[in-house]
Design a protein around this ligand. Structure first.
Ligand code: ZN
Length: 72
């Protein structure tokens, strides 16, 4: 079979235990950039990490990391 016959890959992220956590994000550190406030968040429940950019003004925060980073 050729590549064209291959079934489409699922874009769903594989489930794991961290997904079950209702993350409670605490700001671990933050610094100001020209784009806005860059915040390093850490879940107080499971220790996953996330980085988000909170632009100036009323714009919503933009996640920088595509997925939360699970604890080691
Ligand atoms: Zn969590």
């Amino acid at each position: 079979m050729t590549l064209l016959d291959a079934p489409p890959q699922s874009s769903e992220p594989s489930p794991n235990a961290v997904d079950a956590c209702r993350h409670i994000w605490a700001t671990e550190s933050a610094h100001t950039t020209s784009e806005g406030s860059l915040r390093y968040l850490r879940c107080t429940a499971c220790a996953s990490r996330r980085v988000e950019l909170r632009p100036y003004g009323d714009a919503p925060a933009v996640p920088v990391t595509r997925q939360d980073i699970p604890p080691r």
